[in-house]
Each structure stands twice: as C-alpha cells, then as structure tokens.
Design a protein around this ligand. Structure first.
Ligand SMILES: Nc1ncnc2c1ncn2[C@@H]1O[C@H](COP(=O)(O)OP(=O)(O)OP(=O)(O)O)[C@@H](O)[C@H]1O
Ligand SMILES: [Mg+2]
Length: 395
C-alpha cells in the first residue's frame, strides 16, 4: 500500500522535495551498520513521480526483518515531507558489494554502435548472469514491454537480482516506462546500467536520441544488441529480462546467436490473429534451439474500474489453449486495465504504483511461474566464450 496524505499545496520544485526527503532520511539509522541512512549505502534509488516518492532500499534475506521496520519508518519520514503526496518504500535484492565486477569485453567487439555491417557474430558470456529470458511476441503492441517491466519488478520484489534490457532498438520503451532519461555512466569501457526500482536497466533510449534510433538498419541493430549485451556492466544477476521488438527478425536472431538464452516467454492477446503470430514466434525460437518457457495472455479480460464487472473484450483463454497445443506452460494472464497503461506512461510500473491491485497480483503470479520454469531448467551454468557459427545474417 502507498502511504498517502491529503493533497498539499504542491508548489515545491522536485529538487526541493527530493532534498527534503534526503534530509528526512538522514534522521534514520541503518539497523545493521549503524550509519545514517543516506551514508549507509542501503539506498538503491529515490524517485519522485509527480508528488509520489518511491524509495528502494537494498535488503538481504538476513536483514529482511530489520529492513522492513526501517522501511516503515522511512515511509513515515518521507510522507511527512512537504510536497510529498504519497510515499512507497520497496526492499530490493542486495547485490553484495563488489559483486558488480566488470566482465571482459567480448572478443572483437566493435568500437562504435554503428560499426558492424554483417560481420559474423561472437557468442558472449555474461559471467555474473544466471538466466537470460527473452520476452517476445510475433505481433506488435500486445504488451511485451509492459510485461517485461512489471515481470522484472515483480521478480526483484521477490528478492531476485534482476536486470532489464530493452532490445527494441527502433522503438525503445524503457525510458518512458521507467521514467528515466539520463545518459548512463561509463566506467573504463563499460557502460553502467541505470539502476531504477531495484532493477539494473539498459536501453538504446538511454544512449541515443529517439530520432537517431529511428534510422538504424538491420546490421546496425545486430551490432547494437551485441554491444548492449557485451559492453554493459550487468554485474551479478539472477535473471536478465530482455524486452524484444515485435516480430521474428534480426533482433531475435542476434540475441539467440549471441548469448545462451534460458528461454523465451511469448506474450499474446487472446484474439486468433495474435495467437497465430504467437505460434510463429514460438516456432522461430524453437527453430533456433531456444526453449519456450511459456505463454502469457495479456489484456486477457477487462475489469471495469467503476463497477468491477468483468468482460472479455478480445475473447479469453486463447493463449492457455495455444500453450496446451504447443506443449508449453501457460504462465498466466494479465487483465486489461486503464491503470496499467497509465502507470506505464507515467514511468512507474503498475506493480509499484498499485502493489495491492489486480495487475500487481497477476504479475506476481507470472513472476512465480517464470521462476519455477527457470528453476526447473537443468543447466544454470553460463556458457564459455566461443566463436559463434559464422551464420549471423548480413542485412
Ligand atoms: N494489461 C494491460 N492493460 C492496459 N493497457 C496495457 C496492458 N498491457 C499493455 N498495455 C498498453 O498497451 C500499449 C502497448 O503495450 P506495450 O508497449 O507494452 O506493447 P509491446 O508489445 O511492447 O509493443 P511493441 O510491439 O510496439 O514493442 C501500451 O500503451 C501499454 O501501456
Ligand atoms: Mg515494446
């Protein structure tokens, strides 16, 4: 639940509100290390969205009980700040200090994002990343990005260390959906992830202007995806969630040829046309030797926000049947809710904006199902760096 108070005058600048918030947090103490909270290293992120403030605190399993108490205190302290209408504190999986070690750059990695034009790809190992999961669909606009973001946050809230890669070079969604636009830091030759809502995130939208991203061509897309994987300091992650562009093209091929994917999750809406595309998407991944971890039905049913009545706008249950037909798990369904869209547009995933709501519950179920599918996989070990077969397509 969000801590809420009556709407205030709200005239403060965002900088002033954040400054007041930091000052308020200075009055709290790290229950483990004994330092004032801002100096403790426990603050993962502090975000202001409108008059809503979201604090992410790093917690380990051992410190969870003490951290929950601290989270309640922090929420009360933030709520007391002038200009804050609602406050939410989330506990995120703590990456052990130093765990974010640089990984060696991929062999023969290109120097610039536009440098490659159809040269054979290299396989890349991300030594600290246990599972890489592609969120895909055959058809555009079915909710891959929304699913990827909320699934990633839901997994992080369950204590897993989670990364989120936006592999949609033409139309990156993460800057909007995560409410972040800043340029990532570069340390040595490694691009640092943007750490937000407890996720390690990266998107081409953080690196280039949206207009520049529009003119990219096939081979450049391949090079860009390889760089986003190989030259970003992903650190130690339980799972890297990859938001794919729509379709069955270069991006999917490049991803599957560059890293060892734990599998693909196919998102579909319930209509027959979308399901036909989902089938094509699943077939493509299987052809590339990538396991299909399951299907998700998005916009599965409609809940009227006024009366709570339920309706099946696009039909319902098609993805479950399709999953059975394909012999893959059905991971769950997400309702069509105005709040899901509004939260995505406002830059706070619905899982955080309304953590007790229907959508958050649905994404939580999906996160559990996906984790179960991953845990059931026999091989957690990362592959070694090896030359890929020279089959990366020239565009
Ligand atoms: N369950 C939902 N309820 C309401 N709106 C949703 C839901 N899922 C997604 N949307 C909205 O539908 C639109 C498309 O979603 P999204 O961008 O996630 O799709 P996508 O499959 O990633 O699209 P693309 O193929 O262009 O990458 C967005 O405006 C998003 O907010
Ligand atoms: Mg998308």
């Amino acid at each position: 639940m969000w801590g809420k108070k009556r709407a205030g005058a709200g005239k403060e600048t965002p900088e002033a509100v954040l400054q007041a918030a930091r000052a308020a947090l200075a009055g709290l103490t790290d229950p483990v290390g004994g330092k004032a909270l801002p100096e403790s290293g426990l603050i993962d992120s502090l975000e202001l969205v409108g008059d809503q403030i979201i604090l992410a605190l790093k917690a380990t399993r051992d410190s969870a009980t003490q951290m929950e108490r601290l989270a309640r205190e922090a929420e009360a302290a933030l709520l007391a700040c002038s200009g804050v209408g609602a406050a939410r504190v989330v506990l995120t999986a703590h990456r052990a200090p130093g765990a974010k070690t640089p990984v060696p750059p991929p062999p023969a990695a290109p120097a610039g994002f536009a440098a490659r034009h159809g040269t054979p790809g290299k396989r890349i190992t991300l030594p600290g990343v246990k599972h890489i999961v592609a969120i895909a669909s055959g058809k555009g606009g079915v909710g891959k990005s929304t699913t990827a973001v909320n699934l990633a946050v839901a997994l992080a809230r369950r204590g897993h260390a989670v990364g989120l890669l936006d592999a949609d070079i033409y139309g990156p969604s993460l800057p909007t959906m995560l409410g972040r636009r800043e340029r990532p830091a570069v340390v040595g030759e490694r691009i640092q992830t943007v750490d937000v809502f407890g996720l390690a995130a990266m998107s081409m939208g953080f690196l280039v202007d949206a207009d520049a991203a529009m003119v990219w061509r096939g081979p450049m897309v391949m090079g860009a995806i390889q760089q986003l994987l190989g030259q970003v300091d992903w650190g130690a992650l339980d799972v890297l969630v990859v938001d794919m562009p729509p379709g069955t093209g270069d991006a999917q091929l490049t991803l599957a040829q560059t890293v060892t994917l734990a599998g693909a999750v196919i998102v579909s809406t319930p209509q027959d046309v979308a399901l036909a595309d989902a089938r094509r998407g699943a077939a493509m991944f299987r052809k590339m030797g990538v396991p299909v971890l399951g299907l998700i039905e998005n916009m599965s049913y409609y809940c009227c926000p006024e009366c709570g009545a339920r309706g099946d706008i696009f039909g319902h249950g098609g993805a479950r049947l399709e999953a059975a037909r394909l012999g893959v798990p059905f991971l769950g369904e997400v309702p069509l809710l105005r709040a899901v869209r509004a939260a995505a547009d406002a830059g706070t995933p619905i899982v955080l904006a309304e953590p007790a709501g229907d959508a958050a519950r649905a994404y939580g179920t999906l996160a559990d199902a996906l984790w179960q599918a991953l845990a059931g996989r026999p091989n957690d070990a990362p592959a070694t760096i090896a030359d890929a077969e020279s089959g990366t397509r020239a565009g």
